[in-house]
Write a protein that binds this ligand. Structure first.
Ligand code: HEC
Ligand code: HEC
Ligand code: HEC
Length: 129
């Protein structure tokens, strides 16, 4: 007494609508970006923020080479501003927490730079470790 040709597609559409909010939100969760805690007293990073997001590791390598291999202690950015080259004294002067800033992103992408084996993060200074 019933028409299979209509009920089956109807059920499929109903199921689709019923579960839509569930898998729609699943999709969104996987695109959620990390929220590193940004400096409150500073507006700009040493280079363009998008460039920094993608290239801070290369910049840090370059900084290290400038200091260790070429005895250079200053970096002039693309806008002509001069910075002392130092992970601890310059980057971490504005980005005052490794855990709340650097690690917020690194945990998401599963990288754990070994830099802190030797370099000292601000919270370690505060905690006296
Ligand atoms: C003068 C203060 C200052 C210094 C020094 C500084 N930053 Fe920043 N940085 C900022 C600010 C402010 C932002 C956010 C800028 C924005 O949102 O436009 C930022 C953004 C960033 C971002 C992107 C964050 C995001 O939300 O995507 C990274 C990565 C970063 N900085 C790394 C570094 C590293 C590594 C160094 C040292 C080589 C450094 N910063 C030095 C102030 C600074
Ligand atoms: C906006 C997110 C974000 C913030 C904030 C951030 N990083 Fe990163 N960092 C990344 C990503 C993503 C990678 C991995 C890139 C890749 O695999 O090519 C990375 C990689 C690195 C690497 C290379 C590690 C490796 O094993 O290849 C270093 C070094 C590094 N970050 C240092 C820092 C430091 C120091 C800070 C804090 C001052 C910081 N990052 C803050 C996103 C971030
Ligand atoms: C085995 C110990 C060790 C590790 C691990 C290490 N560094 Fe260094 N780093 C040093 C030493 C020692 C210097 C030289 C300090 C000087 O001459 O003033 C230095 C200098 C630097 C400098 C320039 C000077 C300064 O004070 O910031 C940068 C930038 C730097 N390292 C970044 C990094 C980054 C990024 C990582 C991780 C990818 C890293 N280092 C890992 C020991 C280390």
């Amino acid at each position: 007494m019933y028409d299979k040709g209509k009920i089956i597609p109807g059920l499929i559409i109903f199921f689709f609508l019923l579960t839509f909010p569930f898998w729609y939100s699943l999709g969104q969760a996987s695109y959620e970006s990390p929220k590193p805690k940004l400096p409150v007293n500073e507006k700009k990073c040493i280079e363009d923020v998008n460039w920094m997001r993608a290239n801070h590791m290369e910049l840090l390598n370059k900084w290290r080479d400038m200091v260790v291999r070429h005895d250079m202690t200053h970096y002039v950015n693309t806008a002509g501003k001069d910075y002392e080259i130092s992970l601890e004294k310059t980057c971490m002067k504005c980005h005052t927490s490794r855990k709340e800033f650097c690690e917020k992103c690194h945990v998401k992408v599963s990288v754990s730079p070994y830099c802190w084996d030797c370099h000292v993060a601000p919270e370690e200074v505060r905690d006296g470790q």
